[in-house]
Ligand binder design. Sequence first.
Ligand SMILES: [Zn+2]
Length: 441
Amino acid sequence: MLDAYLRNGELFLKEEGVGEINEETIKKAYLWPVDEMAGGIGVSLEEEAITILRKFGFELSGRTKEILPSLIPNKKGICSLCGKQTKVVLNKAFIFPFERKVDSVVNENNRLTFCMEHAFKLYSAMVYLYVVPTNEGTLKFFFDGPERELRRFKNAFKRSFWLDRFSIEVKSRNGKKRYSLKVNLALSKYHPNEAFFAVLHEFVKHMRNRRMLQEVVESGRAVRAYLVYGSGQFYGERVIEGTTLERLINFLKRIQDRGKETKWSRKHLEPRDSAICLFYENLEVPRNKKDRSKNFLEREEFIGKLLGGKFDFVLLNRIFMERIKVKLPLPLYYYTWAHSFLEVFGGDVVDVKTFERINGLGYALGKVMKGTNLERYQWELFRARGFEEFINKLVELQAKLEMNFDLRPVYENEREWKVVKAVILNGMLNALYGSEKEVSE
Ligand SMILES: [Zn+2]
């Protein structure tokens, strides 16, 4: 991750025409990266820069009052990047913010140290670091790739999109400046994976409106995304490869195309938001009135898997059942989401064809169950433990309905019966409780 982050700093310095890095250059340019990260609000004082860094989730110690001295090497050591024995500085959160800080475990001697050149290049990488505040601390992410593709991708991402959506508000109180960060997104976000998904959806929409999506996809293929979230000793990270990024973009594009202009409670949803929004926002499982973010733990897990290229039908089924229990509507556009995802990613346990067959079976069962006293069978099926019990319940249900269904897709996928069960139930629930137009297609 160190090298990936470094490339962003190198890119910025090259663009700014900074060649040789020496004390003079550093003194002249060290506030530029902070200002650029903050969207060019005109940072001219070190004190301001430190407040902004803290606001962006850089974990500076309470004693930090200066930046400049930490960038000028003053002791002998070895640079963790180039291995040169020279004068070095100890890593600081504003140089490379992702060094694991488990203070009691890490020996001070193993901490990262950098030569002047590498310290300043890493420090400059914050220009292309993106921060989204969520309830759970902040999500930080950046991109990496071969120089040409990285430059093209970040030009589209930062110049065209991010600076349009991101803003930093400055308020003065008692002579002190206060900053607040805002990222203007259509989707709600309580957790880090949700936040990245919300950004990606917005980005795809934005690029399409400017007819630049194709270009983004081409350079994005060679680019990977690094996500880091959490704070203190608890933090997670994930890397999204370019090929996955490209698929996620295509997946979002497909769903965006399926939506129609809609009124949703008091909100007006534009066509490209509605099919994304009406599924995503209905993945809430109500459980905590005080802290709403707890209602979205399942959604965060589901979206996290989605970003990793997996569509988790079982988890989705759990969400659906929980919502039915408390008489909440099912997420709309389930079929569109599942189908588009499998089309783009190819599927693992179930592919598009298998999904269509199994979902069709569940849906057909649900249709004939509707309005009869057999509706409770959804719970019998849901509670089934083991393939045998599950298939017995299905056969039992068939007999009671006095109808014959083609159960071959269930037998054919015995080993993955939990996924099969979830797909059947999701289809069934959509027939029983879903809105007609969204499920049959
Ligand atoms: Zn070095």
